[in-house]
Design a binder for this molecule. Structure first.
Ligand code: ADP
Ligand code: MG
Length: 728
């Protein structure tokens, strides 16, 4: 067997479970130990400093210089006690990765030796020399200046003896260079809009939070096997590999017993996650072999995103201890399910009232329905942008693949609510009075009783109401979900503002409050009806139907990115004060740039695999066949030779055909890249890449996978799917 693969397989089969520390204390005893949470703040900060942080979190008040020194000093005391030696601003550039630049606490002291130091300025602001983060032209490299600023709403934490301080990343001219900034802005906008709509119902809330529960899907593979696959190492997915004879068709993995090696990893990971204050709730096998999921309990959206990114870092680190690799890629293996991050989203007031939870009284139902239809309308109005926000090279291999939502947006609300929405629509059209409608809502609806009913959960919908929240399922598993969530938040905020506006206009023209609200609800139902779909989202008919309804789906990724530049999208972001025109354009550039780079890397890797691994292997195997045929010829007479070599000769020819095909496609792949690279403009280049380079990657794969089926297993250089996919 090819020595590379053999060594990897030997290492894999000889793997012995690592000994790792198992926490035996109850979780509640060590929960949050590595998090600078409220309890630690109380212990390590002065009353003044504590209040300043709380006021900043809950009222957005600025923290003064003097106080920031006190806070820094308290944080340092805690972190150093916990063994931290370094601190870093932890931020989320436009790459979906997180970034950190560590600084040691120690400074030389004047009279020799060192002392631990952490000043307010260092806590509040840092200046990573960040010229090489993607910025879409917002920051000229000669300026190379961007700064990170502390986000006090997300608590600092310790990983690997480093105090990590969640931060935003902006340019000196004030433009955002990260995912967190627009997300925070969208949350503020949403808070304002939701609170104002609540006024209409005489409800007072100091704050309305978007809350998020993120279900994270991922794959695990053995580290030795991973290292023997250049495509997994460099692209995060397999670019070649024939499907295993058995993978997920027996449906025996989903919710099956967790393999013991994986269980050790999960326990280890969960212990560390609890120490970071993340309430992990569920863990289970997913549909595909080696695919798993975890979900923490939902939290305020900004915090939830930070926790998700923390968990991704943590998982990679812990996996190392177990000689495993975590694959967050949306589609690491062809032919079996890919991974997503389901975003469970709702609106909850500071008093704990969920605005998307149907109320117990008719009046409350009106409030629920107002928020509910506003979300639906938001998704309708910006369905193209929302879908585009999940578009990426990785996710394009997953969406619409009969395993994940299709690449066109729709909203599933379930039978009960569908009936209610339709009946409101009809009753208003029939001029039935507001009072009567409200009364009948209570009777037909029995809304309070619809809470999560598992028979009514359409898994094929990209955006589904699940009793007290919406679940956006199209988001990819590797991304920072803030990049989709800020769009959802902003779109919803816009509709909440519009709802209130229209209702108030009606009141001003003499309608009663309830009439005004009901009419507005009806109007929203009407205007957004095209987005509602209760059927099978995976079916071909739905795509045709969606097309008839005028819903814009996405079929090509760079084409989808253009949704960001539509007048409607730009207006939304500008009007709701989340992104400026320039910031949107910059993001658009970056998305295209990343798309090109990823595709370029994939093209290089598959080229290397084809030319330097697969073709030589095919030739070697072909030569043994040729030797064999020659031998037969020597030993036997022409009659016998003819019979005995016939199929062999066909096999030899077949392999020649594949080799020839590979060389040809490889040549065209290189040519296509050369041509594409001449194009200066990123969006145009991305388009050409998707139309000319991508097809050759697929073509090469098809042929390589055929070769895998005919070449001697002993010679095949890369671990196969059946070897990669079955951890025990
Ligand atoms: P599923 O059955 O869809 O796989 P999971 O139990 O895996 O669901 O995950 C559901 C997620 O939704 C959890 O993170 C949970 O905390 C979250 N969640 C529950 N209620 C709400 C809510 N009102 N708003 C947002 N998220 C919620
Ligand atoms: Mg789940």
């Amino acid at each position: 067997m090819s020595s590379f693969r053999k060594r990897a397989l030997d290492e894999f089969s000889m793997h012995k479970p690592e000994r790792f520390f198992i926490e035996t204390l109850p979780v509640s005893e060590y929960f949050g130990n590595n998090l600078f949470d409220v309890e630690k703040m109380r212990r390590y900060l002065s009353a003044e400093a504590f209040d300043a942080v709380q006021d900043s979190i809950y009222q957005g008040k600025k923290i003064g210089r003097e106080v920031s020194n006190q806070i820094a000093s308290g944080m340092k005391a805690w972190a150093v006690e916990k063994g931290a030696t370094h601190y870093t601003h932890w931020f989320h550039p436009l790459t979906d990765a997180t970034a950190e630049k560590h600084e040691a606490f120690v400074d030389p002291s004047k009279n020799g030796g060192v002392f631990e130091n952490f000043r307010g300025e260092a806590l509040v602001q840092q200046e990573p020399d960040a010229s090489s983060f993607p910025n879409g032209g917002l920051r000229n490299t000669f300026e190379a200046r961007g700064y990170t600023a502390w986000d006090p709403t997300s608590p600092a934490f310790i990983i690997d003896q480093t105090l990590c301080i969640p931060s935003v990343f902006v340019s000196y001219t004030g433009e955002s260079l990260d995912q967190k900034t627009p997300h925070l802005k969208s949350l503020q906008t949403l808070d304002r809009a939701a609170s104002e709509l609540l006024d209409l119902f005489d409800q007072k809330a100091c704050r309305v939070n978007a809350v998020l529960g993120i279900e994270q899907e991922y794959f695990l593979v053995d580290e030795a096997l991973f290292r023997a696959r250049p495509d997994l190492m460099l692209c995060g997915r397999t670019l070649i590999g024939h499907t295993a004879a058995k993978d997920q068709q027996l449906e025996d993995h989903y919710f099956g017993a967790i393999p013991s090696r994986v269980m050790s990893f999960m326990k280890d990971f969960e212990t560390e996650a609890y120490k970071l204050g993340v309430v992990l709730k569920t863990r289970h096998n997913e549909v595909a072999p080696n695919q798993f999921e975890f979900a923490p309990y939902h939290a305020e959206a900004n915090l939830s995103v930070d926790q998700n990114l923390m968990m991704m870092i943590l998982m990679r680190k812990i996996a190392k201890r177990h000689k495993l690799k975590v694959l967050f890629h949306e589609k690491p293996f062809a032919g079996i399910n890919g991974s997503g991050k389901h975003c469970n989203w709702s609106l909850i007031t500071d008093k704990g009232a969920n605005l998307l939870s149907p109320g117990k009284t008719p009046g409350r139902n009106l409030q629920f329905l107002s928020f509910f239809v506003s979300v639906i309308k938001a998704v309708y109005e910006h369905h193209h942008l929302l879908m585009a926000s999940v578009a990426s090279l990785n996710n394009s291999h997953r969406l619409g693949g009969n395993e994940a939502p299709p690449a066109v947006m729709s909203v599933f609300v379930g039978r009960t609510l569908s009936t209610i929405l339709d009946s409101i629509d009809k009753m208003v059209s029939d001029n039935i009075s507001a009072d009567e409608i409200i009364n009948s809502l209570n009777i037909v609806g029995k809304i309070p009783e619809i809470l999560p009913d598992n028979t009514d959960r359409n898994r094929t919908s990209p955006f589904a109401f699940t009793g007290n929240r919406f679940e956006f399922r199209a988001v990819g598993s590797s991304v920072n979900v803030a990049s989709s969530m800020y769009i959802l938040n902003t779109a919803v905020a816009q509709q909440l503002v519009q709802f209130k506006q229209r209702a108030c206009d009606r009141i001003e023209s003499g309608a009663s409050r309830d009439e005004a609200i009901i009419e507005t609800i009806k109007e929203f139902i009407n205007e957004s009806s095209a987005i509602r779909f209760e059927g099978n989202g995976y079916s071909r008919e739905w795509l045709e139907e969606a097309n008839r309804r005028g819903l814009k789906g996405i079929s090509n990724v760079p084409e989808a990115f253009k949704a960001f530049l539509e007048e409607k999208s730009i207006f939304l972001m500008r009007d709701m004060d989340v992104l400026t025109d320039r910031e949107i354009e910059a993001r658009y550039e970056v998305m295209n740039e990343i798309y090109i780079k990823k595709l370029q890397i994939e093209a290089r890797v598959i080229g290397d695999l084809t030319i330097n691994h697969i073709i030589p292997t095919a030739i070697k195997f072909q030569n043994t066949l040729i030797d064999n045929v020659r031998g037969i010829k020597e030993l036997f007479g022409p009659e016998e030779y003819k019979i005995m070599s016939e199929r062999q000769l066909i096999a030899i020819k077949k392999i020649s055909g594949y080799i020839q095909q590979l060389r040809e496609d490889f040549h065209f792949l290189i040519e296509a890249r050369k041509e594409a690279n001449k194009i200066e403009n990123f969006p145009e280049r991305a388009m050409v890449y998707s139309n000319t380079v991508l097809p050759y990657i697929d073509k090469l794969r098809r042929v390589v996978d055929k070769l895998e089926m005919v070449v001697d297993d002993e010679l095949w250089p890369l671990p196969k799917y059946r070897e990669l996919l079955f951890l025990r």
